[in-house]
Structures are given as C-alpha cells and as structure tokens.
Design a protein around this ligand. Structure first.
Ligand SMILES: [Zn+2]
Length: 230
C-alpha cells in the first residue's frame, strides 16, 4: 500500500505544467493540423471551427447541459491564427479613419492586435452573436443568464466584463466571449513570461503595440472568473 501511495505521489509531482511554444502563444499555428486541437462537429458551430481538445470536451458538456435547459449555444468563432487576425486588423486599419494612435485604440475596443488574441490559444469562444445588445433582451438575455449561472461549472468565464475599479483597461465588455480557464490561465501565465513587443510585429501600425502597452493593458487586462473568488 505504502509503495503504491508513494508511486502515486511521485507520479503526481511529475505532472508538469504543459509547455507552450511562442508559436502557440502568438498564434503562429494552423489549428487544422495542430496535434492538440480538434475540429468541432458542425452542430456546435456556425462555420468550421477548432478548439484545444480539453476545451472542446468541456464545451461539449456545457452545450449538452444548456440544451437540456432549453438553451441553444452556437460557436460563431473559436481558434484563430495570427495570420487570420492580421487580416482582420489590417482591414480595420485601412477602413478606420483618424490619427494612427487613436485609430489603433479604436480598433482595440473590440479587436486584438495580431499575436495578442486569446483566440490564438484555442481556449476561447465567441457564442451566438457578436454584440452585447443581443444578450440584453429576449432569447439572448436567457442565454446570457444561463451562461452567467452555469459556465463556471464547466470551467468557462467571461474575461471581458464591463469596466470596474479592478478592470479599467483593455477591451470593452464582450458578453459573447467565453474562455476556458484551466488552459487559458496557464497560457496567459506563459505569455507574460515569454512574449515581448519584439514578437508583435508584421502588421499595420505595429509600433502601437508597445506604445499602447497592449500586453499589460489588453492581454493581461481581463477580469478573472468570479467563481474563483475566495
Ligand atoms: Zn472573442
């Protein structure tokens, strides 16, 4: 018995925190070929979508529980690569007017600079509709109430809440964006250690990454899960 117990203890202590590469953290990946990602079944999403396996498993459980309660969750965006995000960013850079510095801040209200999106990690999802108003009335309000009450049971939380004294920088509130804490929290920690502004280059206005301190203010500027509160 003692031997088995000791073996279990030794094995447990060897379960390392997974290591993430820079490519994993800044989205230089192809989710369709990455070995840690799964393609989602079409019933879960409105277009071809990929997630990290553990996140996908948790999402499937949440989806089924929601469905039992009469709530239909649908993923409208999941994993996105840096090159995909660059397409979004550059398009907005070219169409948004104004001085460059305010332009970057304006895009950053709702869109990430390439290399800084939680969607790169395969741990984050956009659900049902990409606007807060949808979640404030009717069916959307029911969905949001369900998520607020139950997403935590499956490891999900809303990182972009309304600004408050503890969250006064970063993206505006996104009631549609949900993150899988068990993996995303580790990737965020790895990001803080491994990624610097020299890694955030190659898109229009990239000099504003450092000027606007996007790592501190946007990547780290999230609200933690309220279900983790002591
Ligand atoms: Zn999102």
């Amino acid at each position: 018995m003692f031997g088995l117990g000791l073996l279990a203890l030794v094995q447990t202590s060897f379960i390392a925190i997974p290591e993430y590469s820079k490519a994993d953290l800044i989205g230089d990946i192809d989710p369709s070929t990455h070995r840690d990602f799964d393609k989602m079944r079409s019933k879960y999403c409105s277009k071809t979508s990929y997630l990290r396996e553990d996140c996908y498993d948790a999402f499937k459980d949440m989806w089924a529980a929601a469905r039992k309660d009469g709530i239909q969750l649908i993923v409208v965006s999941a994993a996105r690569s840096r090159s995909y995000q660059k397409g979004i960013w550059n398009r907005k850079w070219l169409t948004f007017g104004g001085a460059e510095s305010s332009r970057a801040e304006k895009i950053l209200q709702y869109s990430s600079m390439p290399g800084t999106s939680r969607h790169h990690w395969g741990t984050d999802l956009d659900l049902n509709a990409l606007n807060n108003e949808y979640f404030e009335n009717g069916e959307g309000a029911k969905i949001y109430a369900w998520l607020s009450a139950h997403a935590g049971e499956y490891g999900f939380f809303q990182p972009y809440t309304a600004f408050n004294p503890y969250r006064d920088a970063g993206y505006r509130e996104e009631k549609w964006h949900w993150s899988y804490y068990p993996i995303a929290s580790q990737m965020q920690r790895a990001y803080r250690k491994m990624i610097g502004y020299s890694d955030l280059k190659g898109f229009m206005g990239d000099e504003y990454a450092e000027k606007l301190k996007v790592i501190n203010n946007y990547v780290m500027g999230i609200e933690g899960p309220n279900w983790l509160a002591p």
